[in-house]
Design a protein around this ligand. Sequence first.
Ligand SMILES: [Cu+2]
Length: 607
Amino acid sequence: MKFLTYATTLLGTLTAVVGAVPTRSGTKNKYIRDGPGPCHTPSNRACWASGFDIYTDYEVNTPNTGVTRKYTLTLTEEDNWTGPDGVVKEKIMLVNGKIMGPTIEANWGDWIEVNVINNLLTNGTSIHWHGIHQKGSNLHDGANGVTECPIPPNGGQRTYRFRAQQYGTSWYHSHFSAQYGNGIVGPIVIHGPASLPYDIDLGPFPLVDYYYKSADELVHHTQSNGPPFSDNVLFNGTGVHPQTGHGQYAKVTLTPGKRHRLRIINMSTENHFQVSLVGHQFTVIAADMVPVHSYNTDSLFLAVGQRYDVIIDASPTPGNYWFNVTFGGGFACGGSLNPHPAAIFHYEGAPDALPTNPGVTPRDHNCLDTLDLVPVVPRNVQVNQFVKKPENTLPVELSIGGTPLFVWKVNGSAIDVDWGNPVLQYVMDGNTSYRQADNIVEVNGVNQWTYWLIENDPNGAFSLPHPMHLHGHDFLIVGRSPDVPPGSNQRYNFDPATDIYRLRGQNPTRRDVAMLPAGGWLLLAFRTDNPGAWLLHCHIAWHVSGGLSVDFLERPDDLRNSIPQHDKDEFNRVCNEWRTYWPNNPYPKIDSGLKHRWVEESEWLVR
Ligand SMILES: [Cu+2]
């Protein structure tokens, strides 16, 4: 499409394109005419258009562009596929024929319509638009077993339609078991105002852990073993094999003297990354899809699913610089068999060469994300309203010793969705006899702040940090247990007598993924302003596969009464097709169904 502002080559070396953010003049392209006003310039990115700027609360006010951006994502699978670092993978899944799907791109206020065609052979699918609030469009959230039945394979399809009410950087991924780890991912960019000026938008920079085994084999493995190190790390879909040297470093071109916006996205299944750019600082302007007051840092910790929009000032001596990924927390939140995962930031005009300065290892973030982000549009809550009760406490526990060996439970129950009978079926039928394994937490009250205390097995022998992701909302991070390294023996229960003073209600960090510390607690708040069935889950694919999720059923009566007839019809059509397909599926369901099994038939024959 003409309006795309990023060019990515096959397997994706990232290329800056002139005019990365559309301007009003100089073209007859519809995107640009309906896009930002003339006030949105390199020196004033805060302005967007008449009546809309960085201070506009997008949950209240969104431009009415009348534009719909249409995309088609076709999913396929291949055997014996040669990956970017030269290793042949037995199984891979592709979006539009590529390992990294196309960037879904729109302007703030546009509608986005994505037709998903499932040409996989035996797997269903559903595509989740991570971070998108889906206000009033819960049935387009793409959470199979919750908001829809999976789209059946061999040509099944459905169209997702939702509003770009927010703006910023995000990604889309399959929510069918661990399928996204087989390659069903891609970036989302919604153009809007920014909290700091910049000259050039470099576009999305997806980072992902990369494994030579299929995600399904890894789910099977992690049901009775610890998580394996990734075989490699890919930057914008490419990377170099640490031993053979096959493959190419991702290369990002900087223009000397210019300020560049980079949209860093962690699309991993398990690896949490510490990122740094030798010789440069990052100026952070947004976290997930929340613009923040800018601040400078030498390194950033990106939990699985998190994004940071940063400005990189190309003022150092022109040359080539390593963009490094390191691991912290004693590998409690991931590691890689590639000891030095990296990409190259190359200055225009400099010789094409490998960087020479390896840089210094950034400080250990200990698997914790920063709580010092200050959102531009504030949200304040009365933290003294918080009273710990069983109803607002979500204990996370690792259950060891059953079958499978490792099962993750919240509130004493591991989620295990029923693909053919999603939660929305219950809602539409007015049936409140939910299955225990749907892990429903019903939330009522209109536009009320609700508080959720997640306690990470403080009495267990063993605890790991978890990146918790909420659908349908951004949450406020109202509090967290004291920071200690994940390997520490320190355990923290929430103690109202002392911990109430740790809470922060005045415009705390707000985003859609936050770290739950090992052996500690996290207190989140969201407002009941979006009727829907919204998952709160760990974004480590192996853990949500193992059960680590609840399903907030927010205002079910309001939800039932607000579903458009067209959405009901499509829900029923896809479910009928899935229910016809499923009895003929050759592979059994072995996990929660949220993040299916896809292994060689021979493996089942030997069991
Ligand atoms: Cu987890």
